[in-house]
Ligand binder design. Structure first.
Ligand code: FAS
Ligand code: PHB
Length: 389
């Protein structure tokens, strides 16, 4: 089989790249190791930057988003029960949209299925070859038969644990990483959200987040130790712990019920440099990871694949290589600014083993500065709603 672009991974990055290329008349095959249902079953991000919403519109998959997305003009920050609203709209005239990653993935999957573009799910032993030459290839096994795809380019959209970054020779790549000794225990519940906007809460017992998926479905998180097991957390224990970390009036309003999903996500800051290796391009979680505190992971992935799609369109169109040559530097410039913001939000809101009494006073001072300075609030607003390109 031959194609122009072989995309490894059918998460939001791979599916969005495939969609943008298809609409530009560029042929791409997506190779995914899991089933479509498995990919849809992963509960992850919830907040879209305006630029991501615009990209979904460009891809022609924003019908449901327009109907069901919740536009938020601000967010609440809570510190030991004191609450302060960051007014995105009033400060910088921008907003975010709450629409689950699962729904973004579903919309992209359905659009691709409708177009007839080829996606190979449950592909086993995917491997990539000769991407440092001019004739890269992808190999995989399906139903016991080994297949090979010849292509012009390979897009590594296979996430943090994928095969593409792992296939780059160690001497050709530099890794930057910070592992946090805690994770997020997340719960999905079919109950109305406790507030109209998200609440990010710092408490001496740990971080908590009140989010949502719709007016009738909520998403909550509490910080837990990195070695915690989800089996140790009954719904009752989760709700009690969440209430203890929230402002008392908010805790009083909390509508609880049986969890329909419960999982622990590890937190990590990670960047690979560069993100291009000959004819292999990394995008999304394959290239970088941020702690979910800044709601950036999915949005970063969308930014990367927009750049990559435009680079391929330029290559196949007017035969210019400028986008391809500039891809890695552009992705990394934005990535590091977003890594900084996600690390800063995580440092402000979480309790670290090394925080100590001095550290907690510094965190409180950061919160007090945020609530008393328009400049500080504006900085959070412009980072959270998405930095300009
Ligand atoms: P993805 O990981 O979504 O997709 C990669 C795809 O590649 C997967 O479908 C995988 O099965 C496939 N794949 C892997 N190896 C392969 C191989 N060898 N061959 C073929 N296919 C392969 N971000 C937020 O903004 N907010 C959150 O709350 C949040 N929570 C998260 C929780 C968890 C547990 C994780 C892991 C991430 C979370 N993120 C969150 C970040 C997340 O939303 C990512 O940024 C987003 O999924 C990035 O999309 P992709 O780059 O497409 O990677
Ligand atoms: C979510 O709704 O899952 C969510 C929202 C904001 C974040 C992280 C996760 O920062």
């Amino acid at each position: 089989m031959r194609t122009q672009v072989a995309i490894i991974g059918a998460g939001p990055a791979g599916l969005m790249l495939g969609r943008l290329l298809e609409r530009a008349g560029i042929e791409a095959v997506i190779i995914e190791r899991r089933s479509a249902d498995y990919v849809l079953g992963r509960i992850r991000a919830g907040v879209l930057e305006q630029s991501t919403v615009e990209l979904l519109a460009r891809a022609g998959v924003d019908e449901r988003l327009k109907a069901e997305g919740l536009v938020h003009d601000g967010v609440e920050i809570s510190f030991d029960g004191d609450m302060h609203r960051i007014d995105f709209s009033g400060l910088i005239g921008r907003h975010v949209t709450v629409y689950g990653q699962t729904e973004v993935t579903r919309d992209l999957m359905e659009a691709r299925a409708g177009s007839g573009a080829l996606s190979i799910y449950e592909a086993e032993d995917v491997s990539i070859h000769d991407f440092d030459g001019t004739r890269p290839r992808v190999r995989y096994r399906k139903d016991g038969v080994t297949h090979e795809i010849a292509c012009d380019f390979i897009a590594g959209c296979d996430g943090f644990h994928g095969v593409t970054r792992a296939s780059v020779p160690k001497k050709a790549i530099q890794i930057f990483e910070r592992v946090y000794h805690f994770g997020w225990l997340g719960v999905l519940v079919d109950k109305p959200p406790v507030a109209e906007e998200l609440i990010y809460a710092h408490h001496e017992r740990g971080f908590a987040l009140c989010s949502m998926r719709s007016p009738s479905r909520s998403r909550y998180y509490v910080q837990v130790d990195a070695d915690e097991k989800v089996e140790a957390w009954s719904d009752e224990r989760f709700w009690d712990e969440l209430r203890r970390r929230l402002n008392p009036e908010v805790a009083e309003r909390l509508a609880t019920g049986p969890s329909i999903e419960k999982s622990i996500a590890p937190l990590r800051s990670f960047v690979a440099e560069p993100v291009r290796f000959g004819r292999l391009f990394l995008a999304g979680d394959a290239a970088h990871i941020v702690p979910p505190t800044g709601a950036k992971g999915l949005n970063m992935a969308m930014h990367d694949v927009r750049l990559l799609a435009d680079a391929f369109i330029e290559h196949y169109g007017d035969k210019s290589g400028a986008g391809i040559e500039g891809y890695s530097a552009k992705v990394l410039a934005r990535t590091w600014k977003t890594e900084r913001f996600s690390w800063w939000m995580t440092s402000l809101l979480h309790v670290f083993p090394t925080t100590g009494a001095f550290g907690r006073r510094i965190q409180r001072a950061e919160f007090d500065y945020l609530t008393s300075s328009r400049a500080a609030a504006t900085s959070l607003a412009e980072n959270y709603t998405g930095l300009p390109d």
